[in-house]
Structures are given as C-alpha cells and as structure tokens.
Design a protein around this ligand. Structure first.
Ligand SMILES: NC(=O)c1ccc[n+]([C@@H]2O[C@H](COP(=O)([O-])OP(=O)(O)OC[C@H]3O[C@@H](n4cnc5c(N)ncnc54)[C@H](O)[C@@H]3O)[C@@H](O)[C@H]2O)c1
Ligand SMILES: O=C(O)[C@H]1O[C@H](OP(=O)(O)OP(=O)(O)OC[C@H]2O[C@@H](n3ccc(=O)[nH]c3=O)[C@H](O)[C@@H]2O)[C@H](O)[C@@H](O)[C@@H]1O
Length: 346
C-alpha cells in the first residue's frame, strides 16, 4: 500500500489507494514505469516527455488533440519503442494501463483559452474527471498542472499556497482560472473519497524554446517582435508584474513533485519579479536594441502582480530554479531565430 504523506492540505480521512494491476506481481512482469502525459505535444509537455524519455525504465504515452500543441515537438521520439502518441481529446474517456499520469492537457495562453471558453472549461472539468477516473481504475498516481491563476488578481504578495485567491467567477478568464480551481477540487475529492494518489503543481509563468511563435504570451510575443524588428507591445499600464521560470527548471520541479511524497498544492515558479516594462527593456537590450517599446490596450481582469512564495517547494521537494531570466531569454532567442529564419547579425 502506498504511503500518502500529509502536508496540511489533505483534510479528512484518506482511503488507501486502489490496488495496482495484478501484472505488477506477475512472474514476467516488466519493470518499466508506464507514464501518460496529457497535453504532451504542447510547450511544457514536450519538454517533460524529453526528460522522461531519458530514463530507460520509462515508457511514455502522450495524448493530445493538437489544439495548441504540435507533433513537431515530439518528432524525435517517433518510432521509439518506449514512446507512443495518441490523438485524443481528454474530454472523452480514455482506456490505457499506466502507473503515472501527468495531466497537462489544457490551452494555456489567454488568447487560446478565451477562444473557446466552453471547451476550456470542459477540458479542465470533464478532462480532469476523466483522468481521475482512469487513475482510479488503474491505481495510477496523477499530477495536475494547475496555475498561479487560481490566485486571481492576488491581494496577498508574494502568493503562498495557503492563499485562497481573488478570482472573478464570471469574467473572460474564468473558464481557465475557475476551471483549474474545480480541477484542484476534483483532485482532492478523489484523493479523500477514493484514496487516489494526487500531486498538484501551481505553475507560474513559464517560458522557453518551442513556445508557439504566435502564442500571445508575453515572453514569446516580445522575443518574436524583437527578432522580427517590430515594436514590443507592452499592455497598459506596464507596471503589472510576473515571475518567469525557464522550462527546464519547471520540468525538474514537476518530476520531483511526482516522485515525492507530498500532495501539494505546491507553487513551482521563479520568484524573480519583473514589470512588463522591465521585461520589454531586458528583451530590447539582449535581443534588438533598435526596436521601439509601445503601450497598447490591456485585456480585462489582467492580474496586477504575481510572484510565487516557493518556501514549500524548497523545503518539501528540495527544488528551486537555477536559470535567471537574463540567461534563459537568449536560449529562447536561438530557437525563435531558427524557426523564424532570422539569423543573428554578428
Ligand atoms: N506555460 C505556463 O506559463 C503555464 C503556467 C501555469 C500553468 N500551466 C499549465 O501547464 C499546462 C501546459 O501548458 P503549456 O504552456 O505547455 O501550454 P500548451 O498550450 O503549449 O500545451 C497544452 C497542450 O494541451 C493540448 N490540449 C488542449 N486541450 C486538450 C484536450 N481537450 N485534449 C487533449 N489535449 C489538449 C494542446 O494541444 C497542447 O498540446 C497547462 O495545463 C497549463 O494550464 C502553464
Ligand atoms: O503563470 C500562470 O499561472 C499563467 O500565466 C499566463 O497568464 P498571463 O500571466 O496573463 O500571461 P501573458 O499573456 O504572458 O501576460 C503576462 C503579462 O504580459 C502582458 N502582455 C502580454 C502580451 C504582450 O504582448 N504584452 C504584454 O504586455 C499582459 O498584459 C500581462 O500583464 C499563462 O498564459 C497561463 O496559462 C498561466 O496559467
């Protein structure tokens, strides 16, 4: 029986997890860890798959509907005997036999999650329900990639995991932030009611190679604009802050959370905090000093400040980010220049 450590968030009596498949004790049992990654063709998911595939004991199954992800992100694994890719929408049930589930499937960029808000909420609620049902049937441990958006426009700064948030339930971002809040609730209800082993990561703004060029998120926008020689569009007022985590640090944090004994929720992010104006100035200085910085209209309910308190991640996972923004941006620039076909001048 797997031990489930409490971290103070796991209220009430917890049932033991369901018995894993009898194959686990079979004579010819193959010791590989079968890992499902939903949303594995996306930005963070594909980097996670790369890291999981480095371990020869892992078999990785990706399911994705390619709404914002792309097969291109995974092409180096096509044909690999430990890798499988399935076109599937998580709002439909899925029958696979796995030991762990990293549940990432959900559009993450505001322009994409607002494009079809009803589908976004279905993905968060029905998709998470389906993955929890799968975890229950096969006795798998499941990790949800939740978000700092569960804190809404936070009135507490920096945000620690005990803060319940300040979220507009009927706004244009609600399909995503309220959707993730329900997904977290479902995770804890399955944990308490059915003994499922759960892990919840609250991810703060993550950036790195493979983000969609027209993704709409701020780091990818600014880098694409700087590489193309276009003005950097700072949405007003520009004093709003974010904290940016490089994707390799994020993947490391997610794997530590999955492998550790704490349910979470645990903030995973880089506490270095920047205004959007500071970010634009840094991108301009590092990538293209000739570009202009302009102010453009913002979207409703944009959080005014965001910075993770990562005390819990440090203490419980022994994790903290290693890559500073000034070191991460040039790594992303290389990838964007290659995909945009714009070489460096020097
Ligand atoms: N990148 C960030 O800054 C950030 C911050 C907080 C939380 N997160 C969370 O991390 C996860 C991954 O984010 P990302 O930045 O890699 O985004 P992404 O858009 O690149 O990846 C999401 C993936 O999920 C797939 N997907 C979407 N809906 C699906 C559905 N119904 N069925 C199957 N697949 C579906 C997409 O096609 C895509 O491949 C998301 O759950 C997101 O909410 C990301
Ligand atoms: O980390 C998180 O929890 C969340 O962060 C982001 O949401 P957001 O912070 O709004 O991301 P961006 O769209 O990159 O916006 C960041 C800031 O940059 C500003 N911005 C964006 C784009 C742009 O061109 N210019 C610009 O100034 C926005 O107004 C906002 O204040 C992600 O897109 C969510 O998926 C994720 O869950």
């Amino acid at each position: 029986m797997a031990k489930e450590a409490s971290n103070g968030n796991s209220h009430g009596t917890t049932k033991p997890p369901p018995t894993p498949s009898p194959l686990r004790n079979a004579k010819f049992f193959q010791a590989n860890m079968r890992i499902l990654v939903t949303g594995g063709a996306g930005f963070i998911g594909s980097h996670l798959v790369d890291r999981l595939m480095e371990n020869e004991k892992n078999e990785v199954i990706v399911v994705d509907n390619y709404f914002t992800g792309s097969k291109d992100n995974l092409k180096k694994w096509f044909g690999h005997p430990r890798f499988e890719l399935i076109r599937h929408d998580v709002t439909e049930t899925l029958l696979v036999e796995v030991d762990q589930i990293y549940h990432l499937a959900c559009p993450a960029s505001p322009i994409f999650y607002k494009y079809n808000p009803v589908k976004t909420i279905k993905t968060n609620v029905i998709g998470t329900l389906n993955m929890l049902g799968l975890a229950k049937r096969v006795g798998a441990r499941i990790l949800l990639t939740s978000t700092s958006e569960v804190y809404g426009d936070p009135l507490v700064h920096p945000q620690d995991e005990s803060y319940w948030g300040n979220v507009n339930p009927i706004g244009v971002r609600s399909c995503y932030d309220e959707g993730k809040r329900v997904a977290e609730t479902l995770m804890f209800d399955y944990h308490r009611q059915h003994g499922i082993e759960i892990r919840i990561a609250r991810i703060f703004n993550t950036y790195g190679p493979r983000m969609n060029i027209d993704d709409g998120r701020v780091v990818s926008n600014f880098i694409a604009q700087a590489v193309r020689g276009e003005p950097l569009t700072v949405q007003a007022p520009g004093t709003q802050t974010r904290s940016f985590c490089y994707v390799s640090d994020m993947v490391d944090g997610l794997i530590r959370l999955m492998e550790g004994e704490n349910t979470g929720p645990i903030n995973i992010g880089n506490p270095g905090e920047f205004t959007m104006l500071e970010l634009a100035e840094t991108v301009k200085e590092l990538i293209n000093p000739d570009v202009e910085i302009i102010s453009v209209e913002n979207t409703p309910d944009d959080p005014r400040q965001r910075k993770p308190d990562i005390t819990k991640a440090k203490e419980l996972l022994g994790w903290e980010p290693k890559i500073k923004l000034r070191d991460g941006l040039p790594l992303m620039e290389d990838d964007f220049r290659m995909r945009l076909g714009v070489p460096r001048n020097n």
